[in-house]
Write a protein that binds this ligand. Structure first.
Ligand code: CA
Length: 571
């Protein structure tokens, strides 16, 4: 699981160049979302048709309507430097604007899970506290012990807070008792790894754009036997991968019905939309078929010889250096790769393949969990919880633009078109720099993570335009939206399994990962290794994990992960 979190984090910083803090909820971009009006803002004087002698004042719904400031302690990870100075300019302005006094306790994100148990030792749990989620063993136990409040009653009372998060995500972070003890930090549930290719070379060699996995293989064979770069040698790598891991094939795998790292309906189940039983896709025959295909690429010299073997190198460098014809990689890599390629070959052009048809269906996006950590409210803060929600209600309504952008003139400027332009951190006064802002950050809305955290399609377009590549945006967006429209979801709704928490990653590392790599690396490895490894995994606790997950997760229906875009647009 931590590996997955790391992958998501990398995916997230990949696009937001240099702005680490953009990965938390610091100001990132404007999405033009309308601010939801809360009833209290509508200034409706109650008609005096009630018998109450003294008109009962309408209950405040925002922290800003309270006669006293909302006070709470707030423990969270920081992605930027942990050099917060209390009483900073930003802090003072936020406190005044939101009528809040937050005592922030920050921990560098890299240490967060390790330090968490000591930070809350002795039952001293901060009022609002971040953690990895209800499936994380430590948090799971705290929920079982009643240390966190169920949020449901408040989410009903403050719909703007609830609506900040997608239904898909709320469904995913539900505890087995059906309640929500956790408010997630949304990320895009899709980070497609498509197949990008040297279109100029395909054209030169008269290779049609592949539409199926088999046509891809045919194209790779032509590359293998050709000299597209004209150096007199047939030395172009037909296919490489962004980094030398299996993970970069997560989308390609779906064409084989293999949803890497996800749970899928038991292959024997007649009703895949609402199966009786779910199992990890990694142990299904589809995974075996995919690995056999990968092995064939190795045997036929169609894949980068360094793939899964070379340490400290990555295929993206080969692609950028003009040494590879096709790359399976992060969708956001397009810009950098094209810019770099054009430096060495002005004729270079990068295309993206359509979603290929494979032996088990059409390639699509492997659905991701769509969050990275989040927070809970301590049961000991029950008396304050409603006020904390009044503050959150401000964060997700009136205060949302401020929480995203901060203070005008200090943290952003407004151009002649009314567009907000962020002021880079190093150009700000210290009191408005990331380290003094991030400790008070709250998650962005789910809608603001599409296509990627803090970057809507308009911002995406602007970056491409600045590099003269705006005519490529529609192509990339179509790929992204096709992928999202063809999502392969994880049927495991983040279900906690005691055995899984105890030794899930250990037995994965011990049995499945080495087998996968052995088959992918060694062209002579027998595919029976797959069956042996799966049996060993089942015996070592895998069967127990499957049984526990199936017993705990009664809802095994296909999770609905729908792409809807509400952000700013360039079109
Ligand atoms: Ca060559």
């Amino acid at each position: 699981m931590s590996k997955k979190l790391l992958c998501l984090f990398i995916a997230c910083i990949f696009l937001i160049t240099g702005i680490l803090t953009a990965c938390s909820a610091s100001p990132a971009t404007d999405d033009g979302n309308e601010v939801e009006q809360t009833p209290a803002e509508e200034e409706s004087e109650q008609p005096a048709d009630e018998q109450v002698q003294e008109a009962e004042p309408e209950e405040a719904t925002l922290s800003t309507q309270l006669p006293y400031p909302v006070k709470f302690t707030y423990m969270r990870p920081v992605w930027g430097p942990a050099t917060h100075e209390k009483g900073s300019d930003y802090e003072k302005i936020l406190f005044e604007k939101a009528n809040v006094e937050i005592e922030s306790i920050i921990v560098p994100v890299i240490d967060y899970e390790a330090k968490f148990p000591t930070m809350i030792a002795g039952g001293n749990i901060p009022d609002v506290v971040w953690h990895a989620g209800p499936q994380w063993g430590v948090a799971h136990d705290l929920i079982e012990q009643g240390a966190f409040l169920p949020l449901d009653e408040y989410l009903e009372k403050y719909p703007a807070v609830k609506n900040a998060i997608s239904d898909y995500l709320w469904d995913l972070v539900k505890s087995p008792d059906g309640k929500h003890y956790f408010f997630p930090m949304p990320l895009a549930p899709w980070v497609p790894f498509p197949l990008y290719y040297r279109k100029d070379w395909f054209d030169k060699l008269n290779i049609p754009e592949p539409t199926t996995i088999d046509e891809l293989v045919e194209a790779l064979k032509i590359i293998r036997d050709s000299d597209p770069d004209g150096n007199g040698k047939n030395d172009t790598v037909p296919l490489t991968a962004h980094e030398y891991t299996l993970w970069y094939f997560k989308e390609v795998g779906t064409a084989f019905g293999y949803v890497m790292g996800s749970w899928v309906p038991d292959p024997d189940d007649p009703n895949p939309d609402n199966p009786q039983k779910i199992v990890p896709s990694d142990i299904t025959p589809n995974a075996k078929e995919f690995l056999g295909w990968l092995q064939m690429l190795r045997r036929e010299n169609l894949i980068d010889p360094d793939y899964l073997i070379a340490k400290g190198k990555q295929g993206a460098d080969k692609f950028m250096a003009g040494q590879a014809a096709v790359i399976v990689g992060h969708w956001g890599g397009y810009l950098t790769w094209t810019i770099e390629l054009k430096k060495i070959d002005p004729e270079a052009e990068v295309g993206v393949m359509p979603l290929l048809e494979g032996p088990r269906g059409r390639m699509g996006a492997r659905g991701l969990s769509g969050f990275d950590r989040g927070f809970s409210i301590a049961a000991s803060a029950k008396d304050k919880a409603d006020d904390i929600f009044k503050f959150l209600n401000w964060v997700y309504t009136e205060g949302y633009e401020f929480m995203k952008w901060g203070v005008e003139g200090e943290m952003y400027t407004v151009d002649e078109n009314g567009e907000k332009i962020p002021i880079q951190d190093e150009e700000r006064k210290p009191g408005f720099q990331g380290p003094n802002v991030e400790p008070f950050g709250f998650p962005l809305k789910s809608d603001d993570t599409i296509p990627t955290l803090g970057q809507d399609w308009k911002a995406f377009y602007d970056v491409y335009k600045a590099n003269g590549l705006e005519d490529k945006v529609d192509m990339i967006r179509k790929m992204f939206e096709d992928m999202a429209a063809n999502t392969y979801p994880d049927y495991n709704r983040n279900t906690y399994s005691e055995t899984g928490g105890e030794k899930g990653s250990q037995i994965q590392q011990q049995y499945l990962t080495p087998m996968q790599e052995k088959i992918a690396i060694d062209p002579n490895a027998p595919l029976s290794l797959f069956d042996e490894a799966v049996q060993n995994w089942l015996n070592a606790g895998g069967q127990q994990i499957i049984d526990e997950v199936n017993a705990i997760q009664t809802d095994k229906s296909k999770p609905i992960l729908k792409y809807e875009y509400t952000g700013r647009d360039y079109r």
